[in-house]
Every structure is written in structure tokens, then in C-alpha cells.
Design a protein around this ligand. Structure first.
Ligand code: SF4
Length: 325
């Protein structure tokens, strides 16, 4: 396991004001990300998993400073991005890139594939003219496409090919850190593994560090070295992919695993499904105490009163739950 911290996120919060009335007074806040902390080591993949609406994508946008946080710090190679002015951030953007969820909307339909891949290089003054064209060809081949596709338009490609083009565009500026925001969720299942394996190979070849965001627990476990589980704006468990799969400790994570069919028929026969009651509460008015207390099968009185801190229960395995007090 690499141990040099590339990205350190500390006490990160993102609250959105909710306004109402004629005077548009702020009467509440949506607590989309509520005090999360984690490190990402150089060369590793940290998976961020949770149901839709749990704050994963907001966390990604705030880490990249596409939106400024309400509170907290984000250090990239020791530099505090939250205090870096917008102008300076522009040049730092070459170091951190994002691969978006939907390859159908993330590419401009009126731009050729070559122009789309070359654009970030031109914006950041990395390459232009013939040099940029040559680099576009290399990038297309790197992501498994023919370099002569550069003159075609996005509509001529399948979803999987478009996602490869999106990856080439993100890599065109030589980033060291890439956020993959649900990069496979809009693709056919048959294509998903190809894209994930491509991301893995590129990571090895280029020494990339990933934050891989997904609602797909199995896929996150497959690609990640470590996994953070989010529920209603909080990280509730964080550990190596083995800890998360073999010894899930938070009742929410246990319920997520119990909902998935087991590949082993014997284990599938004995699988006990934990059915969660109710829906995820609103992040405008989250429950007091533990955020999961309204749905947790193991809820106790203390859970409704005191918020459980994220504590290390074994080296590298953090859990936020009063069951382990
Ligand atoms: Fe369940 Fe209580 Fe643990 Fe929350 S703190 S997950 S409610 S047992």
C-alpha cells in the first residue's frame, strides 16, 4: 500500500441555503456533505460508495473546488485548495481532473473528438497545433481507440467509446489525481468491466491516483484499494476493500451487502437479507444523533441522542456506530 498522502480532506462541509417567502430569507440548509475527513494516498484508488443523494457527487465537486466548501480544508500535495484564489486554481486544474457520469452529455456534439481532447491542452497552454494533434492521436490509442477517429463527431460513437473519449480528454493535461464520478453507471453491463479495466491499466501505466465514486458496491470493491461508505452526508465506515467486504461493521454497510446476491450458490442459500425500513431522511432535517437511526435494525436509545464519531476500531478500519462503544 502506498503511504504518501496526495489528497487530505479535513472536516469538509457543504451546506446549501434553502430560501422562501417574498424576501427570500434563508430558513434552512441542505447539509449535502456534513463534516467528512479522509486521505488518499499516491497511486491508490479510494472508492466512495453510497445511495444516490448521499452527497458523493457534491463531495467530489467540493474536493475539486468546482464549488467552494462551507467549511473544511482540502490539501493537494500539501497545498490548501480551499484558500487558493480562483486564478491560481486554474493552473492547478491540470493536476486534478474529473471523468463524468454521462458520456452522452459531457462531450460537445458540435466539436470533433480531436478538438474535444485537445481543448484542455490548449486552455492550459500545454500544446497546440501539430503537437496537440500528435498528442490527441496518442491519447486515443492509449484509451483503446483508433487515432483516425479524431476527425469524427461524438454522435458517431457508442456510449463506451464516448466514455473512452472522455477519459482521453481528462488525461490530456497529465493529471496526477482523477475523480471518476459514476463513470460506468450509464453504460451497458457488458461494457462496464471494459471501462473499469481500462481505468485500472491507465492507473498503473501513468501512476494515477483515483477517487472512484459509485453506488455499485461490488464494482467499488473491485477497483478500489480502500472504500469509504457515505450515508446522508457522512462517512460511516472506511477501510481496505477486504475489510469492507469480509468484515463490514456498520449496520448500513451490512444491509447493503445483504441485498446483493452471492456468486457462491451455497452462500447464496444462507444469505439473510436485511430489509431497511423507510426512506433515506431529508438532508435538510437529518435525524438527531446517528443519521441512520430512523432505519437501523440495531438502533438503541443513545443512537437517537448522540452522534457516533468515526473511530478506528482496528488499524485502517474506521466505523461510526455506538454498537462498538
Ligand atoms: Fe444503528 Fe445506532 Fe449504530 Fe447508528 S449508531 S448505525 S443507529 S446501532
Amino acid at each position: 500500500m502506498p503511504d504518501q498522502v496526495l489528497l487530505r480532506v479535513t472536516n469538509l462541509k457543504k451546506y446549501y441555503p434553502v430560501k422562501s417567502g417574498l424576501l427570500q430569507r434563508v430558513h434552512a440548509h441542505v447539509k449535502a456533505v456534513d463534516d467528512i475527513s479522509f486521505d488518499i494516498y499516491k497511486g491508490e484508488t479510494l472508492g466512495l460508495v453510497g445511495e444516490s443523494g448521499c452527497g458523493k457527487t457534491t463531495a467530489a465537486r467540493v474536493v475539486l473546488q468546482l464549488q467552494r466548501p462551507t467549511e473544511g480544508t482540502v490539501l493537494l500535495n500539501g497545498q490548501n485548495l480551499t484558500q487558493t484564489p480562483d486564478k491560481e486554481l486554474r493552473s492547478l486544474r491540470t493536476q486534478m481532473q474529473i471523468i463524468f457520469q454521462n458520456p452522452y452529455t459531457s462531450l460537445n456534439p458540435r466539436m470533433t473528438v480531436g478538438a474535444a481532447i485537445a481543448e484542455p491542452m490548449q486552455v492550459h497552454g500545454i500544446a497546440k497545433g501539430r503537437e496537440a494533434s500528435e498528442r490527441v492521436g496518442e491519447l486515443l490509442e492509449m484509451v483503446g481507440l483508433n487515432r483516425y477517429f479524431a476527425g469524427r463527431y461524438p454522435s458517431e460513437f457508442s456510449g463506451g467509446q464516448r466514455q473512452r473519449i472522455g477519459i482521453a480528454r481528462a488525461l490530456s493535461v497529465n493529471p496526477s489525481f482523477v475523480i471518476c464520478d459514476e463513470p460506468i453507471s450509464s453504460l451497458d453491463v457488458s461494457i462496464q468491466a471494459q471501462i473499469v479495466n481500462l481505468l485500472k491499466r491507465l492507473q498503473q501505466d501513468l501512476g494515477l491516483t483515483y477517487l472512484f465514486i459509485s453506488h455499485d458496491l461490488r464494482m467499488v470493491r473491485y477497483i478500489s484499494n480502500r472504500v469509504a461508505v457515505m450515508y446522508l452526508g457522512k462517512i460511516v465506515e472506511l477501510g481496505t476493500n477486504k475489510m469492507i467486504a469480509d468484515n463490514p461493521m456498520h449496520p448500513y454497510l451490512q444491509a447493503l451487502w445483504s441485498a446483493l446476491p452471492m456468486p457462491d450458490p451455497d452462500r447464496e442459500k444462507t444469505r439473510e437479507r436485511i430489509v431497511l425500513r423507510g426512506d433515506v431522511p431529508s438532508p435538510i432535517n437529518p435525524p438527531q444523533g446517528c443519521r441512520f437511526c430512523t432505519r437501523c435494525p440495531s438502533v438503541m436509545q443513545i443512537c437517537r441522542e448522540v452522534e457516533p464519531p468515526l473511530r478506528e476500531l482496528e488499524p485502517g478500519h474506521q466505523v461510526a456506530c455506538h454498537l462498538y462503544d
